[in-house]
Write a protein that binds this ligand. Structure first.
Ligand code: AMP
Ligand code: GLY
Length: 420
């Protein structure tokens, strides 16, 4: 099997490494990839959202399958475009990827099919949104841009002034462009958060092992939201009882709802859950593998990933018995100074071997470039330093020991991943 991976972050690096474990996989290519990925897969400088460019590349390389990992190309119909050319592709079509790319769509879907989620209203202009917020007078209140916003389109406003600011920023200043044409104003709910990624072929759903993201930039869940500063798997809050309940109340109803809407979802569906006092509720759906959840979930996968990819595309997932290891896994993200705000690039990373690795861990590269044999920073999240262990404590110890060996100017990482 020859596979083309679309994307260029830590998630894609983890997917590529897992695919390469199978003897059936002859070659993995990646576009655009990054410095670390180029040690494992030949990279091509085609942008992840360049649909025509990616179709041409897939044809040129004569790949057996294209794996579309990021949200933007999925929402823009890259899978549809591949299929139109007779190329097998892993990921949902655009009409199903909307479950992530429009929060208005996903909230209305949940309401229509009684899938538990936080209460909400949708608004198409800032005036109506603000008068609703003032009328409710309940804080904190959650304000969400409808469309994709690099994980930054959710604002939790603590008071009226912050809410006003958020609504204006999203709807009037258009900080996230057309993604802010509509907003969802949502009830603030509380409880531990769980990420569950699931394979689905539209007929059956097979949840992967659970994980926990750490979205805030600094220790103690302080500071601004990021794309994710670290992850652990399994998530200690996700008991078998809760998993059963999620299957019945959330996972199966979601797959069925998408089918009923004529939007069959095939690929990896990500359930962002909150375990509230009233039971598990959906915070968000993603139409793809999570980043950095993938980095801790996939190392635990024992079944060849290429077999699952085929089974999903061929709608034969129910035939497959997917096996997981009992080990725990931890990932600590090392980020550029300034991230999630602006940050410098091109800073030399010290402590990595020629393959971009360190002993005792697996280093997934998120934002690196390889220039004349030297790894340099090239993004906000730079590395996902990951380790397996017999339990969470051991996995964390190994991951942090590896982090200690890596340095670059301005590097910051959380020291409390997995402490909760
Ligand atoms: P999202 O990008 O939708 O996952 O939201 C980012 C983060 O905001 C989530 O991981 C939660 O921590 C938080 N959040 C989102 N919606 C709510 C809500 N209704 N109540 C409380 N926290 C929320
Ligand atoms: N880690 C959350 C996400 O991938 O959106």
């Amino acid at each position: 099997m020859k596979i083309l991976m679309v994307g260029g972050g830590g998630r894609e690096h983890a997917l590529i490494r897992k695919l390469l474990e199978s003897e059936k996989v002859e070659k993995v290519y990646c576009a655009p990839g990054n410095g670390g990925i180029s040690c494992d897969a030949q990279c091509f400088s085609v942008g992840a959202t360049d649909i025509d460019g990616m179709v041409s590349l897939a044809k040129e390389l004569k790949v057996d399958c294209v794996f579309v990992a990021p949200d933007d190309p999925l929402a823009a119909g890259m899978v549809d475009a591949m299929e139109k050319e007779g190329i097998r592709a892993f990921g949902p079509r655009a009409n199903a990827a909307i479950i992530e790319s429009s929060k208005v769509f996903s909230k209305n879907l949940m309401k229509k099919y009684s899938i538990p989620t936080a209460g909400y209203e949708v608004f198409e202009n800032s005036k109506d949104a603000l008068s609703y917020i003032k009328e409710q007078n309940k804080y904190p209140v959650v304000i969400k841009a409808d469309g994709l916003a690099l994980g930054k389109g959710v604002i939790i406003a603590q008071n009226e002034a912050e809410a006003e600011d958020a609504v204006h920023t999203i709807m009037d200043d258009k900080k996230f462009g057309a993604s802010g044409n509509k907003v969802v104003i949502e009830e603030f709910i509380t409880g531990p958060e769980v990420s569950v990624l699931a394979f689905t072929d539209g007929k059956c759903v097979k949840p992967m092992v659970s994980s926990m993201d750490h979205k805030r930039a600094y220790d103690g869940d302080k500071g601004p939201n990021t794309g994710g500063m670290g992850t652990i798997s399994p998530n200690p809050y996700y008991t078998p009882e809760i998993a059963d309940r999620c299957m019945k109340e959330i996972f199966l109803p979601t797959i069925e709802a998408m089918n009923k809407e004529g939007r069959t979802f095939k690929g990896c569906l990500y359930f962002g859950l909150m375990l509230t006092a009233d039971g598990p509720k959906v915070i968000e759906y993603n139409a793809r593998f999570g980043d950095p959840e993938t980095q801790v979930v996939l190392p635990r996968l024992k079944t060849p990933l290429c077999d699952i990819v085929d089974a999903v595309i061929d709608e034969k997932l129910s035939d497959l018995d997917i096996q997981w290891s009992d080990e725990a896994c931890a990932c600590v993200v090392m980020a550029s100074g300034g991230y999630p705000g602006s940050y410098p690039k091109g800073i030399e990373i010290k402590g990595l071997d020629s393959k971009g690795q360190v002993e005792g861990a697996c280093v997934f590269h998120a934002g690196t470039a390889l220039e004349d044999g030297v790894f340099k920073t090239a993004g906000g999240r730079v590395l996902g330093v990951t380790a397996l262990g017999t339990d969470l404590k051991e996995a964390l110890k190994k991951a942090y020991a590896a982090v200690e060996k890596i340095t670059f100017e301005g590097a910051h990482y959380r020291t409390d991943i997995g402490n909760k």
